[in-house]
Design a protein around this ligand. Structure first.
Ligand code: ATP
Length: 326
């Protein structure tokens, strides 16, 4: 294997709070270990378009507390084509980059896996997504911050929901995963969480209404995971209007606010630990793995396992929402 001297870093896909802390940790650990470091701007687009900068220790000063990503992020359709990846590889080698650290979600790691296979490039991934939908890791960078943002927003909605005695459907992000909705519901004492993982098993809305949310309460908040198939919170509110017109149903879509903000201590610490571990993994000769944690300990997760979408929701958590909202 050729000696690795220069490591490139990129952030790709949806941004997540804590990406900056990860960039800082990767950069500084790499410098500490004697590598030079290059930052690739706008995810894979920066490789395709040759937007590559040198990163020094000072380049990553004062970013640990900032949301977003100083390297910017983007979606890049060209990288999904063999021609696009060839151009990316040519720019990468011209810049002297020998190995890559890719920070992103399942799409970004899918791209990393394909690129690594095609060009035999050593790549280590970090789980950077608020959705928490990557396999083999307890959690992902940005998830805790997004959960706290949801908590603050829902606490505020609770005031107005109870004053007006309304049923609120609050839509949160999650891609096709229900972690934010489920754990957001637990953290805010919501009456229910409606999540894609349960979609094929029960009519969650029917169950909710039939159990009669007004039995003991005069208002309710239901956290709904975004879901193009069912129309998310809007779709559910429409159904309530038609099937249960006696309820005053309102919709709030939290949207991109969930992706911003200063990362929580948990996300900063996670990103710092994972960022350092990414460089140690490269030094150990690891490649095509995502760095994650299991029971708090650093683990190497093969890309294929990370992106398989077989992480399961804990049914006890759904029961918890129901039991605690009686
Ligand atoms: P998030 O989970 O926050 O949305 P993500 O990493 O899943 O983040 P995507 O938009 O799915 O975000 O993917 C980001 C980028 O990864 C894409 O724009 C593309 O450049 C690359 N990518 C995704 N899938 C592939 C693929 N099959 N082949 C090559 N590249 C891919």
């Amino acid at each position: 294997m050729a000696e690795i001297k220069c490591i490139g870093i990129l952030t790709s896909g949806g941004d997540a709070p804590g990406m900056n802390a990860a960039i800082r940790a990767v950069t500084r650990t790499a410098i500490y270990r004697g590598f030079t470091v290059k930052g690739i701007l706008r995810g894979y687009r920066g490789l395709v378009n040759d937007e590559i900068i040198e990163l020094k220790s000072q380049s990553v000063s004062n970013i640990i507390q900032q949301g977003g990503t100083m390297l910017k992020t983007a979606r890049c359709r060209e990288f999904e084509t063999p021609e696009g990846r060839r151009t990316a590889y040519e720019h990468m080698t011209a810049a002297g980059i020998d190995a890559l650290v890719v920070i992103g979600g399942d799409g970004s790691l899918t791209g990393a896996s394909i690129f690594a296979r095609e060009y035999n490039v050593p790549i280590v991934g970090l789980p950077g997504t608020i959705d928490n939908d990557l396999g083999g890791t307890d959690t992902t960078i940005g998830y805790d911050t997004a959960l706290n943002t949801i908590m603050e927003a829902v606490d505020k909605l609770r005031d107005t929901a109870s004053s007006h005695e309304r049923l609120f459907f609050v839509e949160v992000m999650g891609h096709t995963a229900g972690y934010l909705a489920l754990n957001g519901a637990i953290a805010t004492g919501c009456e229910a969480a409606i999540i894609p993982e349960m979609e094929t098993e029960v009519d969650q809305l029917g169950e909710l209404i039939n159990h009669g949310f007004r039995k003991s309460k005069n208002s309710a908040i239901v956290l709904v995971a975004e879901n193009p198939r069912t129309g998310g919170a809007m779709g559910l509110a429409e159904r309530v209007k038609q099937e249960f017109p006696q309820y005053d149903a309102r919709v709030t879509i939290l949207g991109h606010i969930q992706r911003g903000g200063s990362p929580t201590a948990l996300d900063r610490i996670l990103a710092s630990r994972l960022g350092e571990a990414a460089i140690e993994a490269i030094l150990e000769g690891q490649r095509n793995v995502m760095i994650g944690t299991q029971n708090g300990r650093i683990v190497y997760v093969p890309f294929q396992k990370a992106i398989r979408h077989d992480k399961t929701i804990d049914r006890d958590d759904l029961d918890l929402v129901r039991i605690l909202s009686i």
